[in-house]
Design a protein around this ligand. Sequence first.
Ligand code: ATP
Ligand code: MG
Length: 353
Amino acid sequence: MRTHKIAAIGADGIGPEVIRAGLTVLEALAARDGGFRMEVESFPWSSDYYLAHGHYIPEGGLERLKQFDAIFFGAVGSQQVPDHVSLWGLRLPIAQGFDQYANVRPARVLPGVKSPLQNGAGIDWVIIRENSEGEYAGNGGRAHRGLPIEVGTEVAVFTRAGVERIHRFAFELAMKRPRRQLTLVTKSNAQRFGMVMWDEIFYEVAKDYPALKTDRELVDAVTTRMVLKPQTLDVIVATNLHADILSDLAAALSGSLGIAPTANLNPERQFPSMFEPIHGSAFDITGKGIANPVATFWTASMMLEHLGEADAAARLMRAIEAVTASGLHTPDLGGTATTEDVTRAVCEHIRQH
Ligand code: ATP
Ligand code: MG
């Protein structure tokens, strides 16, 4: 029997609630399938842990994580810790430490879910976010604090190697989709250095994929295209910052932040990849038992796919879609169901189909 070692990090807010729900569903799949089992270890790293210990990840923590096949992550962010401290304390050290440079974010309107767009049915996208450099490379500084000439810089750093590998990843992924279409998103009219390099490398890589249809948009223009002509887009590749913003828009257009999944991949599989819902810790609903677990279930399906369990991944997607289609919705989708109701229904569907 195949065994997959999963590190579970629920972290903050609704993170532990949705990760618990996700693990319940994964157990139901393993029991139903019979071909694989999971060894799950949960890590208590969170903002509460940081406030008690002074760090999010203890010494040797990344070394321990390295022994897992995948990391199943909830959300980080707390009202007691500045966001830049929590993000750089937990999520980014894992993503950067394990060179998870390809962030994959599918967006689609699930059956029974209402898009705020009339033509929302046209949404079937995968946004690929460069996840290791660019605007979030951590370069910049502050000078002359408090003086009239105070300066803050935020330097986006792009390397040829970093840009080329994300483009190659995007072309490979787009080739596997029926429409074989890839849109490059940059801002190379106003930003003349790194962004122009992005465009150039994209077209160099494109020569190796003559069967693929490509086009190019500026990041501001692509937001209008996402809203007005969603059916004309398929796979989008963009920088760390741009894709971060576009994927929140994509999540909202597909009905709720509570649905959208993401995978932080180390495609070469030297290190574990990390799977997490797009949403944050959602303090406003923490502890109420009403967090939508669908984003985490979809995330779990992406994790299974990555672990080579394509059948279980597909079975989970069918179960999710059957449950959303049935109208069993949490409040973010206009319903009254609880996290537990949705989890139970998905498990039931898995057992019976
Ligand atoms: P981050 O900075 O980590 O991206 P954020 O502050 O931007 O977080 P979220 O914590 O994701 O935002 O919350 C944004 C809104 O979406 C909140 O009103 C929250 O309740 C809602 N929301 C997020 N995730 C879910 C979910 N799984 N189920 C229901 N509502 C959710
Ligand atoms: Mg956010």
